[in-house]
Design a binder for this molecule. Structure first.
Ligand code: ACM
Ligand code: ZN
Length: 753
C-alpha cells in the first residue's frame, strides 16, 4: 500500500511541476478541450470516504453525474457534506461556463446553470485517474491537484453528426457516442436518420417505412469507384423504435446533449419512395438503394408528399424536443421534377421560375409547417439555391461560400465544410489505412480549422453558431470503424469549438492527446493512433522526416529494406540527387511504435526548376503549392487532399515551367484526379507549348477511372520553357453528384523526362 501511495504521489508531482534551474515551474493540466484559464496551485485535495457532496436541486444532473462517476469508478463512497459543493453564481456570464476551484480542503463548482456545472464536472473527471472510467480504481483515496479554472465555450453549437442510413448502429453505441460528446463538452448530436439506403426511425402511421424502407436487399462491396461494382447479396437494415428513440433522447438530456434529428427532403428519399411509390413523381416501384451516391427519385411536390412529410414530422416532433429539426435539402436532382406534370403544374400555379425555385417552395412549405409547431429548420447549404426559406439555419458543407451568403443575409450558420469537417475522409496517407470515401483530412487540419470564414464582418460573424464533424458511414460498416474515423478527429474538433484561439496550440494538444489515449483505452474506444507516424517533406536542404510526439527517434533506410532498430538514425534532412525510396519509422524504448513510412521520389528533369501557375490553388487544397508539382513526389491515389495534389475549383489553369538551361524533353507525364462523386473531374484537353513555338493539343478520353494518367512523348525537343494550358472540365453533367456546379480540377506531379 505504501509503495502504491508513493507512486501516486510521484505521478502527481511530476504531473504538477517540472523543476528547471532549481525553481518550481507550473505546468498546465491535460484537460481536453483546453480551458480558457487555468492556474495550478501547489498542493492537492484528497478525495476519500470522508468527502461528501452538497448541491441544491438546480444542479441535480451534474451532481448526480459526478457522484456516479466517483462511486462507480472507485471504491470511494461519498458522504453528504459540503466538501464538494455546487454553487450558483450569476456573475458567470455564459450559461455553459463554469469556475472550478480545488483547494486542499474542498472542491467548489460555480456555474449559472446545471449545464455549466456539468462541464466543470467533465473537467474534474479529467483530473481523476483513467481507472475511474471503467470502475477499476481500487484505492480508497486519490489526490486531485489544487487548481482554479475559469472556462466557457467559444461557440454555442458544438456538434457531431452520425449517418445511420448507410449503416445502422446499436442503441448502446449511440449512447457511447453521446457519452464521448459530453466528455468533450460538445452539446449537439445530429442524427441523420433517413437515407436512400435505409429509413431508420419508426413512424407508426406508415408501417411500410418499417417493413420496406428500413431494409435493402444487398450492399455494394468495396469502394464505389472500383469497377466492376460487386454486391454482397445480403439483406441489410433495421430501425430505431420510438421507445428506443425516447430512451436515447432522455439519455442525451442527462448529458446536456441536444439531439437534432434529420429527416431528408426532398432528396435522399429513395427508401421512403420504395415503400410508398406514390410519393415519387413517376409512381413507379423503386428499390431501397444498394449502393452509394445521389439518386433521381425524390419526393414529388404534389400535396400527397406534403401530407406524408407533415405526418412523419408530427411523430418526429413528439420524440425530439430540440428547437431545430434538420430537413436535409442537399443533393436533390431535379430530373424527375422536370418531366412531372404535378411538379410542372406546381411551378405554374405558384409562379415559380423553374425547378430550383420549386426546391425553395418545398423547403419553405416545410419550414412554415415546422415554424407553426414552434420549431426551426436547419438545411444543408443547397437550401440557398432558388432563395432561402425565411427563418432557416444553414449547414455549410460545400466549402464556405454558402456560410458567407447565409450570414450576410442574417441567417444562422453551422460550419461543416468537407475540407475540415468530413471525418469520412482518410486521416493518414499511409496506404494501409482501412478503406474510406477519399479525400484527406489529417488531425492537424481539423485542429487548425477556424469556424469563422474569411470575408465576414464581426457583426456577420455572430451568425456563425459553431461547427460540427460529420460521419457519413458508406465505408463504416462496424461500430469499431466509426470510432476509428471519429477519434481522435472529434477530440480536435472539441477544441476548435470550445477553446479560445489564445489557449489552442497543436504540439500542446498532441501531448495532451497522447495522455488522453489512456482514457480512450479504458473507455474501449477504438481510436486511430497516428501519433507515431513519420511525416516527410522535400525541402531544399533534402528530405525532412518528423514525428509529432516528443522524445522519440526516427530511423530510416534508402535501400527499400524495412527500417529496424539499428537502421540509420535520422538527424538532418537526407540529400536527394537521384530517384530514391525512403522507408522510416518511429522507435522508442527499443521498439517500433507506428507503421512504416514509405516515400518514393522520382528524380526527373523538372526538379529544382522554376514553376508558376496563373492562379493560386483553392485555400482548402493548396498541397505544397506550385513547387509541389515538380518535387518528384506523386499524390496518393485515394487522397486528393494530401500534400501533393493541388485543387482548383472551376478555373482554367496555365502552368509554366522554366528550365535554368535548355533541356532535352522526351516525355511529359502528369495525372489528374477524377473522383466524380466528390465533384472532381479530369480535364478534357491539354495544350502543350514549347518556347521554340512547337505546340500540341491532346484529348483525354472520357472514362470513369479514378486517376487519369496522361503521357506525351516527344523526339528530344530542346526547350527552356514549357506551358501547359488545362481548361477546367466545365459544369458537372446532369445526373451526377453536384450536377450544374463547377467541377474541381486536381493535379499532382508533372514529370519531365
Ligand atoms: C452532404 O454531405 N451531402 C451534406
Ligand atoms: Zn413530381
Amino acid at each position: 500500500m505504501l509503495i502504491k501511495k508513493i507512486v501516486v504521489w510521484f505521478v502527481f508531482i511530476s504531473f504538477l511541476f517540472s523543476c528547471k534551474d532549481g525553481k518550481i515551474q507550473q505546468i498546465k493540466t491535460q484537460i481536453i478541450p483546453v480551458p480558457s484559464n487555468q492556474e495550478i496551485i501547489k498542493g492537492s485535495f484528497e478525495l476519500n470516504n470522508t468527502s461528501g457532496l452538497s448541491f441544491d436541486s438546480e444542479f441535480k444532473v451534474s451532481a448526480a453525474f459526478l457522484k456516479a462517476f466517483i462511486e462507480d469508478g472507485s471504491s470511494i463512497t461519498l458522504k453528504e457534506n459540503n466538501v464538494i459543493s455546487f454553487i450558483k453564481d450569476s456573475t458567470i456570464n455564459h450559461s455553459e461556463g463554469y469556475k472550478l476551484e480545488v483547494t486542499p480542503k474542498s472542491i467548489e463548482i460555480r456555474a449559472k446553470t446545471d449545464h455549466g456545472a456539468f462541464y466543470a464536472v467533465q473537467s474534474v473527471r479529467q483530473l481523476l485517474p483513467t481507472e475511474f472510467e471503467n470502475g477499476t480504481f481500487s484505492d480508497k483515496k486519490v489526490l486531485i491537484p489544487c487548481i482554479t479554472i475559469k472556462d466557457e465555450p467559444q461557440f454555442t453549437y458544438r456538434g457531431m453528426h452520425l449517418d445511420v442510413g448507410r449503416h445502422l448502429f446499436s442503441v448502446d453505441f449511440i449512447k457511447k457516442y453521446i457519452d464521448a460528446l459530453a466528455m468533450l463538452k460538445m452539446n449537439t448530436f445530429h442524427w441523420h436518420l433517413t437515407e436512400d439506403q435505409g429509413w431508420r426511425i419508426e413512424i407508426k402511421k406508415y408501417p411500410k417505412l418499417q417493413e420496406i424502407a428500413a431494409y435493402r436487399n444487398e450492399t455494394l462491396i468495396g469502394h464505389y469507384n472500383t469497377q466492376p461494382q460487386l454486391f454482397d447479396s445480403k439483406k441489410y437494415g433495421g430501425y430505431y423504435t420510438q421507445e428506443e428513440i425516447k430512451d436515447v433522447v432522455a439519455y442525451a438530456q442527462e448529458r446536456f446533449v441536444t439531439i437534432i434529428p434529420e429527416i431528408e427532403l426532398p432528396g435522399h428519399s429513395q427508401a421512403a419512395i420504395a415503400a410508398y411509390p406514390e410519393l415519387g413523381c413517376t409512381g413507379e416501384q423503386v428499390d431501397v438503394a444498394t449502393k452509394w451516391g445521389v439518386f433521381d427519385d425524390i419526393y414529388c411536390s404534389k400535396d400527397a408528399s406534403f401530407d406524408f412529410l407533415e405526418n412523419v414530422l408530427d411523430e418526429v416532433l413528439e420524440l425530439f424536443p430540440s428547437t431545430y429539426i434538420h430537413i436535409g435539402g442537399d443533393e436533390a436532382p431535379k430530373t424527375r421534377w422536370k418531366t412531372c406534370n404535378d411538379c410542372q403544374n406546381r411551378i405554374a400555379s405558384e409562379g415559380l421560375k423553374g425547378e430550383h425555385e420549386l426546391q425553395n417552395y418545398f423547403i419553405t412549405r416545410i419550414e412554415q409547417y415546422l415554424n407553426s409547431k414552434g420549431r426551426q429548420i436547419i438545411g444543408w447549404d443547397e437550401i440557398l439555391e432558388g432563395g432561402l426559406a425565411p427563418n432557416a439555419s444553414v449547414m455549410s458543407w460545400r466549402g464556405t461560400n454558402g456560410a458567407i451568403e447565409a450570414a450576410k443575409k442574417g441567417h444562422q450558420v453551422i460550419m461543416t465544410p468537407t475540407s475540415h469537417c468530413y471525418f469520412d475522409y482518410y486521416q493518414s496517407d499511409n496506404e494501409n489505412e482501412p478503406i474510406a470515401i477519399g479525400g484527406y483530412l489529417p488531425l492537424e487540419k481539423v485542429y487548425e480549422f477556424n469556424p469563422i470564414p474569411e470575408g465576414l464582418t464581426s457583426d456577420e460573424s455572430k451568425f456563425i453558431l459553431g461547427a460540427q464533424g460529420n460521419l457519413w458511414t458508406e465505408y463504416m460498416s462496424t461500430e469499431a470503424q466509426v470510432e476509428y474515423m471519429a477519434f481522435p478527429r472529434m477530440i480536435a474538433m472539441s477544441e476548435v469549438v470550445w477553446s479560445s484561439s489564445e489557449s489552442k496550440n497543436y504540439p500542446d494538444f498532441i501531448s495532451r492527446l497522447e495522455q488522453f489515449h489512456k482514457r480512450l483505452d479504458t473507455l474501449q474506444i477504438n481510436y486511430a493512433n497516428h501519433l507515431y507516424e513519420v511525416e516527410g517533406e522535400l525541402k531544399s536542404e533534402g528530405y525532412q522526416l518528423k514525428t509529432l510526439t516528443k522524445d522519440k527517434t526516427i530511423r530510416y533506410t534508402l535501400d527499400s529494406s524495412e527500417p529496424k532498430l539499428h537502421s540509420e538514425l535520422y538527424e538532418k534532412p537526407i540529400p536527394i540527387d537521384k530517384s530514391t525510396t525512403i522507408k522510416a519509422a518511429v522507435f522508442n524504448s527499443g521498439k517500433q511504435l507506428g507503421s512504416t513510412f514509405v516515400q518514393s521520389i522520382n528524380y526527373h528533369k523538372a526538379i529544382d526548376q522554376n514553376i508558376s501557375i496563373n492562379i493560386e490553388p483553392n485555400a482548402a487544397y493548396s498541397g505544397s503549392g506550385a513547387s509541389g508539382l515538380i518535387n518528384g513526389i506523386s499524390g496518393s491515389n485515394s487522397r486528393y487532399g494530401d500534400k501533393e495534389w493541388l485543387g482548383f475549383w472551376g478555373e482554367d489553369l496555365v502552368i509554366t515551367l522554366n528550365f535554368e538551361s535548355e533541356t532535352s524533353i522526351n516525355e511529359i507525364k502528369t495525372r489528374f484526379h477524377n473522383g466524380n462523386g466528390q465533384w472532381i473531374y479530369a480535364p478534357k484537353t491539354i495544350l502543350v507549348k514549347f518556347d521554340n513555338g512547337e505546340f500540341s493539343e491532346y484529348d483525354l478520353n472520357a472514362s470513369d477511372e479514378l486517376i487519369k494518367n496522361w503521357t506525351m512523348n516527344f523526339n528530344s525537343i530542346a526547350a527552356k520553357q514549357i506551358t501547359l494550358s488545362i481548361p477546367n472540365f466545365g459544369k458537372i453533367p446532369e445526373g451526377n453528384q453536384g450536377s450544374g456546379h463547377k467541377a474541381w480540377t486536381f493535379i499532382d506531379e508533372i514529370i519531365i523526362n
